[in-house]
Design a protein. Structure first.
Length: 572
RNA sequence: GGGCCUGUAGCUCAAUUGGUUAGAGCAGAGCGCUCAUAACGCUUUGGUUGGGGGUUCAAGUCCCUCCGGGCCUACCA
C-alpha cells in the first residue's frame, strides 16, 4: 500500500467557478483520489480557497461587505458546490486560516535566516481616491505606442507592448477611474530566487516523466533572458498574512502583507494542519504527510492544475520549500491541463459566458457533468464544450450504454425469474470470452488511471460497459429461455453481477450512479475486481435485488436548446 | 517582439516517439435482435494528416517556410 498526497490548485475566492476551472484541477484530482482509495492506498486529498489579494478586496467592496465576511460566505458557497460535485477532499481549507498565517510567517522567517530575503525600495502607484496602491494592471491609460485608450499598466492589450504604469498617457485607476494618482516609494521583501536557480534547475531536470507542458514552462522561466528573477513576496494591502519574521515583528514592514502567491501554495501544507486541528489530533498526523524527517519520505505527492499555474508550482513554491532549509515534501508529479472553451469562445467569468458550477447542478446531477468533463478533459490541447456534444455523449454513454444495460438486465430477470438472483445453468464459451475481454480492458483501465490518462481511462471504461451489451446480445437469454431456462438463469446471474462490477469500477467517474447501482443490487461489497471470475460471482443464488429507477434520464432536444440559449450571454 | 503548444473523417479525439493498408466513439447508411430508457449488436461509407518544399529505404511523426488556433512573457490570480 502506497501513501499518496494529492492537491488540487486552490480556487480563488472572488466568485463561483465555471466548468473550465473545475475540469482543470479539482475534478481530475478527485478522480485520481477516488481511484487510489479504492485500490487500497492511503490518500490525503487537500484543497482550499485562495482568499488574499486585490481582487478579493474589490469583490468584497462590490458586494458591500467586509472582506473577511465576504470570504467566509464565498468559502461556504464553494464548499457546498464542491460537495455537490462530490469532490472528495479530506479537507477543504482556507488560505486565510490561522494555520496558514503562522506557517507563511514561519517560512518567511526561515528564508530570512538563510539569507534569501532582500529588502527593496521601489516605486508604486498610489491612488488617493481608492486609498490603496494599485497593481500595474489596475491602472488604465492611453498606450504610448499605439494610442489605444484602455491600455493596462502592465501591457497594452491592443498592440501587446509591455508597459510600465508610468509610460501611460492620462493614467487613471481602473477601479474608480480617478486620475488622482501619485508615485510613492515603498519597501518590499524579495525572495532571492536567483541564488536557488541551480538547485531548482537540477530538480526540474530530474523530473523526466513530467508532461512537456509542465517542464517547458519551468525551463523557460529558469533560462529565459537573465534567467530566474528574484520575486517580490509582499504587498501594500490590508487583507492578507501580516508580514512577520516567524513570530517576531519585521521592522519596517508594519502594515504590509505577504503576496498572495507566496501564501497560497503554503496553504497546501497548512490545510493538512487544519485537517488534523479540526479533530484535535496531534501535529504528527499531518507532518507524516509533509515532513520527510517525520514519515513523509515514502509519500508520493501529485499536484493537479491548469497550465496558467505551472510557474508557481514548479519554481516559486519549490523555492520557498528548498530555501527554508527544512525537510519538506516536494511534489513528485504535476498533472497540468489546458483550457476548456465554451461553444466557440472562452468561458468568461466577467461576461457570465458559459456554465458555472451552481448553474450546472441546478439543471443536471453531478454525474452527468463529471462524465462529460472527465471524458473530454483538455489534456493535450484546449478542448471545447458544446451543448450538442454534451447531449450526444451523455445520452449515448450514460443512458444508452450503461443505464439501459442495468435496466434491461434487472427487468428481464424480474419478468422471468423474479427479483432474486436465479439458480441453475453453468458458464460456457460466451462467459469465457466475456471474462477474457474484461480482463484485458480492466487492466488497461487500471494502467490509464495510474498514469492519470483521464480521457483514455474514460474510453476504456465505456468499452467495458459496451462489452456487457455485446455479451447479452451474444448470449441472448431471452431466446435461450424458451428452450433452456436454466442456461438463461446462468446468463442473467452473471449479468446481475456485471452491474455490481460496473458500479465498483465506475465509481471514480460517477459516484452517485455507482452508489445507486450498489443499492439496487443490495450489496455493500465494493472490493476491486482483481479476480474477475470471482468478482462475477459475488451476488450468489437467492440474493435479492431491486429494479432501480432510470439511472440517467436523457437530455431532450428542447432542454438542450433552452440551456444553450440561457448560458450564451449574461449570467442571470 | 520572444518562447512554447497546437492543426488528423461532418463532430470529439487516437496513432507503441521514424516503420505494414492513419485508427476509435458519435453522427450517416444497411442488416440483425426484441430483454431494455425508440434502447442493444453486427457490417459499412467517409482522410492529398492546414498549404508548399526538404531529409530518409520509409514522414501524421524530423527540418524549412507560409496560413490558422491557443497559452505564457514575472504587479490578476
Amino acid at each position: 500500500m502506497a501513501r499518496i498526497l494529492i492537491t488540487s490548485a486552490i480556487p480563488y475566492i472572488n466568485g463561483i467557478k465555471h466548468l473550465g476551472n473545475l475540469v482543470g484541477s479539482q475534478l481530475p484530482a478527485d478522480l485520481y483520489a477516488r481511484y487510489m482509495r479504492q485500490r487500497g492506498h492511503e490518500v490525503l486529498f487537500l484543497c482550499a480557497t485562495d482568499e488574499h489579494g486585490t481582487p478579493a478586496e474589490l469583490a468584497a467592496a462590490k458586494a458591500g461587505k467586509p472582506v473577511a465576511e465576504y470570504c467566509a460566505e464565498m468559502w461556504a458557497t464553494q464548499k457546498a458546490l464542491s460537495d455537490g460535485f462530490r469532490l472528495s477532499f479530506d479537507k477543504f481549507g482556507r488560505s486565510s486560516s490561522v494555520q496558514n498565517r503562522a506557517l507563511t510567517q514561519h517560512f518567511a522567517g526561515k528564508l530570512d535566516d538563510n539569507g534569501l530575503i532582500e529588502e527593496v525600495t521601489e516605486s508604486q502607484v498610489y491612488s488617493h481616491a481608492d486609498g490603496r496602491f494599485l497593481p500595474d494592471r489596475y491602472i488604465e491609460g492611453t498606450c504610448p505606442n499605439c494610442g489605444y485608450e484602455h491600455a493596462r499598466g502592465d501591457q497594452c492589450e491592443n498592440c501587446t507592448k509591455q508597459l510600465d504604469p508610468t509610460d501611460l498617457i492620462n493614467p487613471r485607476s481602473a477601479i474608480s477611474g480617478s486620475t488622482d494618482l501619485e508615485v510613492r516609494e515603498t519597501k518590499h521583501l524579495y525572495l532571492k530566487q536567483r541564488s536557488l536557480r541551480g538547485q531548482l534547475s537540477d530538480w526540474i531536470d530530474s523530473k523526466t516523466d513530467w508532461p512537456v507542458l509542465t517542464t517547458s514552462i519551468a525551463k523557460k522561466w529558469l533560462n529565459d533572458g537573465d534567467g530566474l528573477q528574484d520575486r517580490g513576496i509582499t504587498r501594500d494591502l490590508d487583507w492578507g498574512v501580516p508580514v512577520m519574521k516567524g513570530t517576531a515583528p519585521w521592522p519596517g514592514m508594519e502594515g504590509k502583507v505577504f503576496y498572495v502567491w507566496f501564501d497560497a501554495p503554503i496553504e497546501y501544507i497548512a490545510c493538512a494542519k487544519e485537517w488534523t486541528d479540526a479533530d484535535g489530533r496531534p501535529d504528527a498526523e499531518w507532518e507524516r504527510w509533509w515532513r520527510t524527517d517525520k514519515g513523509a519520505d515514502d509519500v508520493r505527492y501529485v499536484q493537479f492544475m491548469g497550465k496558467d499555474n505551472v510557474p508557481f508550482h514548479t519554481l516559486s513554491f519549490p523555492a520557498t520549500l528548498i530555501g527554508s532549509g527544512e525537510p519538506w515534501k516536494m511534489v513528485d508529479y504535476i498533472k497540468s491541463f489546458n483550457y476548456l472553451n465554451y461553444d466557440g469562445g472562452q468561458f468568461s467569468t466577467s461576461q457570465g459566458r458559459g456554465v458555472f458550477m451552481d448553474q450546472a447542478l441546478e439543471i443536471l446531477p453531478a454525474d452527468y457533468w463529471r462524465w462529460w468533463l472527465l471524458s473530454h478533459a483538455p489534456e493535450n490541447s484546449d478542448s471545447e464544450f458544446t451543448w450538442e456534444n454534451f447531449q450526444a455523449s451523455v445520452n449515448k454513454d450514460l443512458a444508452d450504454v450503461l443505464g439501459n444495460f442495468v435496466s434491461r438486465v434487472t427487468k428481464f430477470c424480474r419478468s422471468k425469474f423474479g427479483t432474486d438472483v436465479p439458480d441453475g445453468g453453468a458458464w460456457g464459451d460466451d462467459e469465457a470470452a466475456l471474462i477474457a475481454r474484461l480482463e484485458t480492458g480492466l487492466r488497461a483501465y487500471e494502467t490509464h488511471m495510474e498514469a492519470m490518462e483521464v480521457r483514455k481511462a474514460a474510453g476504456e471504461l465505456r468499452a467495458l460497459w459496451v462489452a456487457g451489451n455485446e455479451y447479452l446480445q451474444s448470449a441472448a437469454p431471452w431466446a435461450v429461455f424458451k428452450e433452456d431456462p436454466a442456461r438463461a438463469a446462468a446468463i442473467v446471474r452473471l449479468a446481475l453481477n456485471l452491474i455490481r462490477l460496473y458500479a465498483v469500477i465506475s465509481r471514480p467517474f460517477i459516484p452517485d450512479a455507482s452508489a445507486a447501482m450498489l443499492a439496487a443490487m443490495k450489496t455493500e461489497d465494493d472490493g476491486w475486481p482483481d479476480d474477475l471470475a470471482a468478482a462475477l460471482g459475488v451476488l450468489e443464488v437467492g440474493h435479492s435485488f431491486d429494479v432501480p429507477d432510470v439511472l440517467f434520464a436523457k437530455i431532450s432536444d428542447e432542454e438542450r436548446d433552452t440551456w444553450a440559449e440561457r448560458f450564451s450571454g449574461v449570467r442571470d
